[in-house]
Design a protein around this ligand. Structure first.
Ligand code: UD1
Length: 346
């Protein structure tokens, strides 16, 4: 079976993807510097799948260490590249850290891939590359534009991979995630943020009594109830999209679909359905049975009113469709929260 290198495999989306890969019979090699992840996630992935993976604690900024991994592992068939910093706020405060980590780290990865003749990569991109685009729902062809350094790193990496992939005849797949939420149905792996800047982890901690109240950032948007609307996507659906992308690039079919080698394929990973902040809080109240205190605050800087994917192209060409709905997203997030109130530290 094919051997897949997963950078950032111990993180939130990475760990769910590793589990899906192992369950589909792939061999998995994880490279992670554990800067925002726990090895415990991978221990649980092994437990849940009943299979083992190989782990290397390596930063992509350490070229020699990464080369040693490639040397030791022998033939690798493809890379899924998650490893990156992901806080918008932190990227605004410390752009150098973001460019260094997300761009330099990815460049080192590409150089080592080139050196060892590895030519297939699935990249973790984001709907943030659409910037403040007004067109809704968002097709892959919509205009892009970043509004903060984090978004810039995603946009730049997309371009770098197009250029490098084009000249080297690599198979490149760019996956643009909308708003990843939820956890594995077992409640054993999930999102473990140091501080919950995103809506669902925050609401989850309020429901659990760990925080007093959630702020609703603006109720005067031009939306049905005035609060921001997002296309939330279950992390297990996201994980499955990565495995499908890998299956596609490992088969001849990919060449047929892309027309020629060296062509980059870009897919939106969303459901095509949006929910408002108020709807998400209400769903959490309903499913947890807890009171979730919410207070309207001014808009958060940099937020758009609505962000919804048009998933038609991914449904037709990636061969993948989001299957899990709002209740599964919230139920799994709540299960993870109640079973592991302190994340992987408990
Ligand atoms: C954010 C990032 C985005 C990143 C994504 C990763 C910003 C501006 N955008 O997306 O670049 O790719 O996370 O998951 O940070 N909200 C509240 N109260 C809260 C938190 C959020 O009302 O405490 C609202 C927001 O205003 C928004 C919605 O909930 O309307 C979702 O917010 P969030 O979960 O932070 O995701 P995004 O901002 O869409």
């Amino acid at each position: 079976m094919a051997k897949i290198l997963v950078t950032g495999g111990a993180g939130y989306i990475g760990s769910h993807t590793c589990l899906e890969l192992l369950e589909q019979g792939y061999d998995v090699v994880v490279v992670d510097d554990l800067s925002n992840a726990s090895l415990e996630s991978l221990r649980r992935v092994e437990q849940l799948s009943g299979k083992s993976l190989v782990f290397h604690e390596v930063s992509l900024l350490d070229r020699d260490a990464l080369r040693a991994v490639f040397k030791k592992e022998g033939e690798l068939d493809a890379v899924i590249h998650f490893a990156a910093k992901k806080s918008v706020k932190e990227s605004v405060e410390n752009p150098l850290l973001y460019y260094q980590n997300n761009i330099t780290g990815s460049l080192v990865l590409c150089e080592v891939m080139q050196e060892f003749g590895l030519s297939r990569i699935v990249f973790s991109s984001s709907a943030t590359v659409y910037g403040t685009n007004g067109e809704m729902p968002l097709r892959e062809g919509a205009q892009t534009g970043a509004v903060n350094p984090y978004g810039q790193t995603k946009l730049m990496m997309e371009q770098i991979l197009k250029d490098v992939g084009g000249v080297n005849a690599w198979d490149v797949v760019l996956l643009r995630y909308f708003n990843p939420v939820g956890a594995h149905a077992s409640g054993q792996i999930g999102e473990d943020p140091e501080y919950p800047f995103n809506l669902l982890p925050f609401v989850s901690q309020v429901a659990a009594g760990l925080r007093e109240e959630v702020s609703i950032f603006g109720d005067d948007y031009d939306t049905e109830d005035g609060t921001g609307v997002r296309d939330y996507i279950h992390v297990v659906d996201l994980a499955k999209a990565h495995v499908q992308a890998i299956a596609n690039i490992l088969t001849k079919e990919f060449e047929g679909k892309s027309g020629s080698k060296g062509e980059t394929l870009t897919y939106n990973l969303g459901t095509g359905r949006g929910y408002s902040v108020k709807e998400m809080i209400e769903a959490f109240r309903r499913i947890s049975g807890k009171e979730v205190k919410a207070v309207v605050q001014p808009r958060r800087e940099g937020d758009v009113a609505v962000s919804i994917a048009d998933p038609t192209y991914s449904n037709e060409h990636l061969g993948w469709k989001a299957e899990l709905g709002l209740d599964e997203m919230v139920r799994s997030a709540w299960k993870w929260q109640t079973q592991h109130p302190k994340g992987y530290r408990s």
